[in-house]
Design a protein around this ligand. Structure first.
Ligand code: PXG
Length: 455
């Protein structure tokens, strides 16, 4: 397939005839035709017309080690030759899954020593629901059923993941979500209209958790779930007061804390996990994406000792699992990927060099006439596009300008995603200082092109 040559138009024709894309208006796309990406190396993509594009989204927040790492290809190939598939049901296991679980226990926070494998972030969050309910049944408190999540959260697209998530458009299409999930506010400082300062705002939003627990009755509440930094929702970076207060409230009422680290895991914030950045101690950490740098699909749930001790007690079988839980080739790639992250000092480089440079250079974009706010954390960034820089008046209808900007980016050799009118970027973790300069220069050019059309 890598060598099959067709023109862009030929690919587009076949694409719209046969391929239903995720999160896509099928009719709209068929009219326009897809962008066909043919190859990649480092932090760059090439489309079928030979255009070079800086991938400011690391694929879909996942290609942490960048493209073209032969070690990952070799790890997959060797494992496919040795043992391409075997399951871990029915009391069997295999070296790649055992070695990966051991390595994950090493790199994850101290109170985490066990892992359940899945094939994706969505499956990981479905597993979270199953594990939480199982935990409270085994504890003899089966009444603790309700999981508290947040508006504008993204936890995946299975029915469980979409229910946990707080995306209105998804809930509307889903119809009946699963019972026992409620949503509280998100800590979105830029969108806040009130009088509090940022730290007081963080505390107030966290207080929403306590209010909800008291409203429901703590004896009915099982867990709180949140992304350390909301990714798909628009890189929502919480005030520094937020997470410690959430931890305090979870502890006070004995409810489980779940940090969805599908995006923030494996170095994105300059720590192995985002919860380490924020100093919290989650009981469960669903992960996926960066664990394999996206080279093969793998996800899982890191299980803290508090939950693991109960799951490992006399309760009989946990009736949950997937054919591809602990897939040998995916585990082999994850092992090599984690070794590369560790042995090449990639995460320290993010923390000490590239994230500070990214923060400094991105902040310079705040002077642009179209920009209302720039925020960054680790190698995640967001640029809020506004109609009026002084008053921070937003564009209506929301999303059109973001879409124009996204297209301008693609046309000028940069992938940035738009969430409404928020432009977001999360480049591969191996991006260099010079490449960050290139990303920011491209972003400025794309903002200029957009401003010419909309201001
Ligand atoms: N949790 C979080 C925090 C995620 O970001 C998932 C769970 C689900 O993972 P899977 O592997 O099932 O897709 C995600 C995925 C976007 C975008 O447009 C983000 C995701 C997926 C697709 C698109 O930002 N995040």
């Amino acid at each position: 397939m890598g060598t099959e040559k067709r023109t862009t138009q030929e690919w587009q024709k076949l694409d719209s005839a046969h391929y239903l894309h995720p999160f896509t208006d099928f009719k709209g796309l068929a009219k326009k035709g897809s962008r066909i990406i043919e190859k990649a190396n480092g932090i760059y993509l090439w489309d079928a017309d030979g255009n070079k594009i800086l991938d400011g989204m690391a694929g879909l927040w996942c290609v942490n080690m960048g493209y073209g790492r032969q070690e990952l290809v070799d790890a997959a190939t060797a494992q496919l030759e040795q043992l391409p598939y075997y399951n871990s049901f029915f009391q069997t296991s295999h070296p790649p899954a055992i070695r990966l679980s051991t390595l994950l226990a090493e790199v994850s926070p101290e109170h985490i020593n066990q892992v359940f494998f899945t094939g994706s972030g969505s499956e990981s969050n479905d597993t979270v629901i199953r594990m939480i309910r199982r935990y409270w049944q085994l504890k003899g408190q089966a009444g603790r059923q309700t999981i508290i999540s947040r508006v504008n959260a993204y936890h995946g697209s299975t029915i469980g993941g979409a229910t946990l998530g707080g995306m209105k458009g998804m809930h509307d299409q889903l119809g009946l979500t699963i019972p026992g999930v409620v949503h509280i506010d998100q800590p979105y400082w830029f969108g806040y209209q009130g009088d509090l300062d940022i730290d007081a705002f963080g505390l107030e939003v966290a207080q929403g958790l306590e209010n909800k627990i008291l409203e429901l009755g703590a004896e009915n509440v099982a867990a709180f779930i949140g992304e350390p930094v909301q990714g798909a929702g628009g890189v929502i970076i919480p005030p520094k007061t937020y997470w410690p207060e959430i931890q305090r409230i979870c502890d006070k009422y004995g409810i489980l804390l779940v940090a969805d680290e599908v995006i923030t895991g494996f170095g994105r914030l300059g720590e192995w996990f985002g919860s380490q950045y924020f100093g919290i101690k989650p009981d469960l950490i669903p992960f996926a994406k960066g664990v394999t740098s996206g080279y093969l699909p793998l996800g899982g749930v890191l299980v803290g000792d508090r939950v693991a001790d109960v799951l490992n007690s006399d309760g009989g079988e946990f009736t949950h699992g997937f054919t591809y839980s602990g897939h040998p080739a995916c585990c082999a790639v994850a092992i090599k990927n984690i070794e590369l992250l560790r042995d090449e000092g990639v995460i320290e480089q993010v923390k000490n060099v590239t994230a500070p440079h990214f923060a400094k250079r991105m902040a310079e974009l705040a002077d642009h006439p179209l920009v209302g706010e720039v925020r960054t954390i680790g190698l995640m960034g967001a640029i809020e596009l506004v109609k009026n820089k002084e008053t921070k008046e937003l564009f209506t209808p929301k999303g059109d300008v973001g879409f124009i900007c996204r297209n301008a980016c693609f046309a000028n050799g940069l992938v940035m995603r738009s969430v409404g009118d928020t432009m977001i970027t999360a480049p591969p973790l191996v991006i260099t200082v010079e490449q960050i300069d290139e990303l920011v220069a491209l972003a400025r050019k794309c903002l200029d092109v957009t401003a010419e059309q909309v201001l």
